[in-house]
Design a binder for this molecule. Sequence first.
Ligand code: SF4
Length: 215
Amino acid sequence: MNSTGTPNSQTEGAPDPLPLSLLNDFLYCPRRAALKAIEGWWGENQYTVQGELSHERADLPGYEVAKGVKLLRALPVFSDRLGLSGKCDIVEQHHDGSLCPVEYKKGKRRRFGNDDAQLCAQALCLEEMFSRPLLYGAIFHAASKRRREVEFTPQLRKMTEDAIGDLRRMVEAGAVPPAVFKAACEACSLYHICLPQVTSQPGHFARAAQELFRI
Ligand code: SF4
């Protein structure tokens, strides 16, 4: 934290920040992030709606004190260095001044491993804003009401920063990657826009286009 105990402010002239949530999309599927950031598509499905409902309380800005720990809700965060901005569901401020971001997730731990990187990206923002290291964060799984601690290891930090770099390069290039049909597609809210079963196979895509437009 700086000498006044307040967060550092965002630098004027820093590159346009990418939303933190886009990193989560990118790690889920680069095409999903590209469809949103480059082509402007958006979609809701049962999973996104459930996710929003599980965030409802954490999305109300403000703070409270529970068991001596200050809980900062919906805290806006940024990193000029990484070109990111967004908000943390909850940041806990403990007695010793240490900070711990807590992310709410609707379900159980995901198979796709993007939650930890999203939390780590929040920690990188907080470290830059408050000029202090963060060691741990936590993910609260609404379905099981379980809290899982996530250590910000050098490996997780590197993976997160590499992914942010890859995401920025993809967005700046304006290139939407081709679809790759995979297990994650079933829960993707952009499934009906992406049509991965068709677009991931050029032969299928050509036949579908012929039928549609009678080429
Ligand atoms: S449907 Fe599959 S390939 Fe298409 S954006 Fe979603 S996850 Fe990616």
